[in-house]
Design a protein around this ligand. Structure first.
Ligand code: MN
Length: 266
């Protein structure tokens, strides 16, 4: 069989399962909140045009408006000043080959349950590698915190001094980019950086190092508990917004449901 026929057969028979890592986009989904002197990202707006009624007797449709960084979304290199001059750094130009890539899932749920400001460290990543093998080049690294199960105010987790959400520390993300050559870093929270990362050195190190190297961010992922630590493949095609800095997108994971090497010959 051709590779594509094999893939389709595996999906049809359930040997490969598709997991949706995307939140439903609605007007209530929280957006990042910046200090009040800064411009703010807009939440989703849905305007009903017609619903089989006088405005359109046979059809239903809406106008939508949305920030590029609302809901489950991708950050392109041009989102950050360190990536502003990267070639193909906006969502309309980024290489399509980068939209299909393997994923490594780092389970940080216990630590994040204990501490909202939990930081993923290089030591923790090295411990993960000792169990699961070296993080491959051009792979996604996903920080699983089960934050995607939270709703509303608990999701944004704002206090008077800003958001309190987990993320990588500067050393960890720099090591992933420079020593492992990852394609991108994904989180279940509103940003790829921790809520308090404006105080880090450099500020917002995930944005700083990822985008400076032409790599990507994924945020507001959900259902990461359904992924194995290794062996899944992500499909991450953003909207083709001209010169867009990022885009909401549907993130799908292909995961193996059983080990083919264990199957008996038929
Ligand atoms: Mn973003």
């Amino acid at each position: 069989m051709s590779p594509l026929a094999t893939l389709l057969s595996a999906i049809a028979t359930g040997t490969i399962r598709i997991v949706d890592l995307t939140h439903t986009l609605d007007e209530d989904f929280p957006t990042i909140v910046l200090p009040p002197e800064m411009a703010q990202s807009a939440p989703m707006r849905i305007e009903r045009l017609s619903h089989y009624d006088a405005a359109g007797p046979a059809w239903y449709w809406n106008n939508i408006s949305i920030g590029e960084h609302t809901g489950t979304h991708l950050d392109a290199p041009a989102h950050w000043f360190t990536g502003r001059d990267r070639p193909r750094g906006t969502v309309d130009t980024l290489p399509t080959e980068d939209m299909i890539a393997p994923a490594c899932v780092i389970d940080c749920t216990q630590a994040a349950a204990r501490e909202d400001d939990h930081l993923l460290t290089r030591t923790a990543l090295e411990a993960w590698e000792a169990h699961h093998g070296r993080i491959p080049e051009r792979s996604w690294v996903l920080m699983r915190t089960d934050w995607g199960r939270r709703r509303g105010a608990a999701f944004a987790n704002l206090r008077t001094d800003g958001a309190h959400t987990p993320g990588p520390n500067a050393d960890a993300i720099r090591w992933l980019v420079e020593a492992r050559g990852i394609l991108g870093f994904g989180t279940e929270t509103i940003g790829t950086d921790a809520g308090q990362a404006g105080h880090f050195d450099p500020p917002y190190p995930a944005h700083h190092y990822l985008h400076g190297a032409g790599r990507y961010g994924l945020q507001c992922l959900t259902n990461l508990h359904e992924l194995p630590p290794t062996g899944s493949v992500l499909l991450t095609a953003p909207l083709k917004i001209r010169a867009g800095s990022g885009s909401p997108l549907r993130v799908l994971a292909l995961i193996p449901t059983r080990d083919d090497s264990q199957r008996k010959p038929t």
